[in-house]
Design a protein around this ligand. Structure first.
Ligand code: N01
Length: 533
């Protein structure tokens, strides 16, 4: 059967762009649908003030083209949003990708029919393709918080994950920020510098470390570029797909050997005297022993007290859940911001949020009148962007039904019952536990090799077996223990931030090299675990 395209790709972020390029190189007729009016995905939508990557720029970039990595000039060690977005536009122009991208076109449904997929969009377009590839990102389905009166607010409501292009001027405004995950923690210091008054509504305190970002020094970038071959090789062999680790560099290479539980109170304090914030966590038992983890959090609290002058505020800023169960944040002057006269922390664990009113926010003990409400309340991560499309596979089965108890994939790449559908960095792959760009490149190249091979052998349909999928899901689940699934921690890795979402630890935690080895083994064994016809 003739289809409109060989491949439709949903999304024009890092993964969609590289997938398009790779398929075009191989001579496939590929087409991208993108919801935004520009490329970038995560880096298109999350343009809130202070948005910054937590992987060093030199590694948070494509490795597939030496020309691109030599031509592009990063200016900072940890890149801010505008620079990553500009980089992706540069890549897009350099590879002339735009001509195959249909912008402002949201895909609403994907339906499998007769060895092909029907793709429907919110604009009423309906096209067919042999393969459909979801390059929809892990953190791209914004979560609207279930707060009474949310839509009654009469001022300006802004979402960090859909922040206006061109920014927003907070000057002379009374502002409330709800949410203190990465987006809140990064935006709060910047908003505080502009706003008249800033109220930070915190339900869970954050583990955040100074980003230590800085401009790249003269000659530094050139030296890094000269060593790119080694850096890229090392990235691929590193569990997290990154080797330089920015703010977290002190955790590497071999990790600490001393246990905090064996350290005297004086030795613990000396650790933060000598090593600052990282001194709280650089102990070998912190991730393995919950008492050690609590001791580390106490030390972290000591560090907070050293910075935050008001003792009640400092106490409220200490997390109530274990270190390591949520993604650790990098910030610029987060704790220092609470010493400003115009900033107030509202601890929702002591004074719960009751409602949003037409003029502001009501907690159980107070009312806060504000002009602007900033919602930094996160995402329906990893599955949200897939399940918000109506995806129907073989015999009309709905992905939403198949995943009612949590996502099930083979290798995070394909789903039994959904032939010829691929997920780049899908649940069950390292994705968010790694440098996303490293993992995206590995997936794109694996999928491209497979499609190329299928074309050469005349095969048109591929689907994993239920047995292979069950086995992989079971393997991924063996890593869901300890702090990752701590009941006090509502992490998005676990789906625990979304009311009603099944609690399943979604990413694969075995590390990038082990995962890649498995994917390569599967391919070498004639795509073991998949059925091809
Ligand atoms: O979202 P989050 P995010 N009432 O889910 C609170 C990546 N990222 O956008 O924890 C009051 O982490 C919620 O409270 P609680 C990164 O991987 C990376 O900040 O549920 N509060 C929490 O404080 C990150 O992990 C960068 O108790 C409510 C916050 O909102 C991921 O994206 C930068 C609430 C949500 O935090 C998500 O980060 C930005 C309610 N009803 C993002 N509902 C980098 O630096 C929710 N909250 C690379």
């Amino acid at each position: 059967m003739k289809t409109d395209y060989d491949v439709v790709i949903v999304g024009a972020g890092f993964s969609g762009l590289y997938m398009l390029h790779k398929l075009r190189e191989l001579g496939f007729r590929a087409h991208v649908f993108e919801m935004g009016d520009g490329v970038g995905g995560t880096w298109f939508w999350n343009r809130y003030p202070g948005a910054r990557c937590d992987v060093e720029s030199i590694e948070y970039s494509f490795s597939f083209s030496d020309e691109i990595q030599q031509e592009w000039n990063w200016t900072e060690v940890m890149p801010a949003q505008p620079e990553v977005e500009a980089y992706l536009n540069f890549v897009c122009d350099k590879l002339d990708l735009r001509r195959d991208i249909e912008f402002e076109t949201k895909v609403t449904a994907l339906t499998y029919d007769d060895a092909s997929w029907i793709v429907e969009t919110a604009r009423g377009r309906r096209v067919t393709c042999r393969f459909a590839i979801c390059a929809t990102g892990c953190l791209s389905a914004p979560l609207e918080p279930a707060i009474d009166g949310l839509h009654s607010f009469g001022g300006t409501t802004l979402y960090t994950n859909r922040f206006p292009k061109g920014g927003f001027d907070f000057t002379d405004k009374r502002v409330a920020v709800i949410g203190t995950g990465s987006s809140g923690v990064q935006s709060i210091p910047v908003i505080a510098q502009q706003a008249d008054e800033l109220y930070v509504f915190q339900r869970s305190a954050a583990y955040t470390l100074p980003s230590n970002t800085r401009p790249l020094e003269a000659g530094e970038l050139e030296e890094l570029k000269a060593n790119y071959a080694d850096i890229r090789r090392a990235q691929k062999n590193s569990p997290a797909g990154t080797v330089r680790f920015g703010a977290f560099a002190a955790f590497i290479p071999n990790g600490p050997v001393t246990k905090i539980m064996d350290a005297t109170p004086q030795e613990r304090i000396k650790a933060i005297d000598d090593r600052g914030w990282l001194g709280a966590f650089l102990w070998s038992d912190v991730m393995f022993d919950i008492e050690a983890n609590k001791a580390a959090t106490e030390l972290y609290g000591e560090m907070i007290k050293r910075v935050v002058k008001d003792p009640d505020t400092a106490a409220s800023l200490v997390p109530h859940y274990p270190f390591g169960c949520k993604r650790v944040i990098i910030d610029v002057d987060y704790f220092e911001t609470f010493n400003r006269d115009n900033v107030t922390l509202v601890d929702l664990r002591k004074d719960p949020l009751e409602a949003i009113t037409p003029t502001g926010i009501k907690t159980s003990s107070s009312e806060f009148e504000v002009d602007v409400l900033v919602l930094a309340t996160g995402f329906d991560a990893m599955t949200g962007s897939l399940l918000r499309m109506d995806i129907r596979g073989r015999d009309g089965r709905r992905l939403a039904d198949e995943w009612a108890e949590g996502p099930r994939t083979y290798l995070g790449l394909q789903i039994a019952g959904f032939p010829n559908l691929f997920t780049i960095t899908g649940p069950g792959s390292p994705s968010v536990l790694s440098n996303m760009v490293t993992s995206i490149e590995q997936h794109v190249e694996w999928i491209a090799d497979l499609l190329d091979e299928m074309r050469s052998t005349g095969q048109t349909v591929i689907e994993p077996t239920t047995e292979a999928q069950d086995e992989w899901v079971g393997h991924v689940a063996t890593f869901a223990f300890g702090v990752r699934v701590d009941p006090t921690c509502a992490s998005w890795y676990l789906g625990a931030n979304v009311p009603g979402k099944p609690r399943v630890y979604m990413p694969y935690s075995g590390g990038v090299p082990q995962y890649k080895a498995k994917c390569d083994e599967v391919a070498a064994a004639d795509y073991e675990g998949f059925v091809r016809t």
